[in-house]
Design a protein around this ligand. Structure first.
Ligand code: 5GP
Length: 207
């Protein structure tokens, strides 16, 4: 039987936006049927974390050997530690027809875009971006310096969005989760995808 390949879903966004919390809420929901790709990292294990569940914890030497062996779809150094997505799990799981979900920082997402341009890229945006206008105009009480910094910060965030297909504001975790689930559902219903599925069926029926 020919299994249709799963989607690669990439959730990313600025540091501190709550990617991890939204990801947990997605995977705590029993209706979620995509698979989470557990990353590798060289950072220390935090209290409450389990090796092989939250991350695969590696030494720098181990991680660098894996880089040399081309074992990552992407990897990045973030606050002094390596983080990377193992290639084998992602490929095998997609080949088995499951959607694979990555929750990674923006440098890694850029690398994935190059390797998997057909993946689905979702940008998780801070709620402050939604209220940008109020923040920029302010109540007339903020100093020029504060406004200038906010403009700079907002510009950086907006420029980061460039690479993504969808933007989800993380105003409330449950809402962000529901929006992401809807995006994935819609992606499966894209005409190109559905058409390809039917064409394949017809081809196979002819055999
Ligand atoms: P933390 O140390 O708080 O678990 O994660 C720090 C950052 O690393 C987060 O922004 C998280 O999304 C990102 N991250 C986690 N796994 C990966 C990965 O495999 N690749 C990349 N590029 N970033 C990751």
């Amino acid at each position: 039987m020919n299994i249709e390949k799963g989607l690669l879903i990439v959730l990313s966004g600025p540091s501190g936006v709550g990617k991890g919390t939204v990801r947990k809420s997605i995977f705590d929901d029993p209706s979620t049927d995509f698979k989470y790709s557990i990353s590798m990292t060289t950072r220390n294990m935090r209290q409450g974390e389990t090796d092989g569940v939250d991350y695969f914890f590696k030494s720098r030497e181990e991680f660098e050997a894996l880089i040399a062996d081309d074992q990552f779809i992407e990897y990045a150094e973030y606050v002094g530690n390596y983080y990377g997505t193992p290639v084998q799990y992602v490929r095998d799981t997609m080949d088995n027809g499951y959607d694979v979900f990555l929750e990674i920082e923006v440098e890694g997402a850029k690398q994935v875009r190059k390797k998997f341009p057909e993946a689905l890229f979702i940008f998780l945006a801070p709620p402050s971006l939604e209220h940008l206008k109020e923040r920029l105009v302010g109540r007339g009480t903020e100093s020029d310096e504060i406004i200038k910094n906010r403009i700079l910060e907002a510009r950086k965030e907006v420029e980061m969005m460039n690479l993504y297909d969808y933007v989800v504001v993380n105003d409330e975790v449950d809402l962000a989760k529901a929006r992401i689930q809807s995006i994935v559902e819609a992606e499966h219903l894209k005409r190109e995808r559905v058409e390809a599925r039917y064409r394949k069926m017809i081809l196979e029926a002819k055999k």
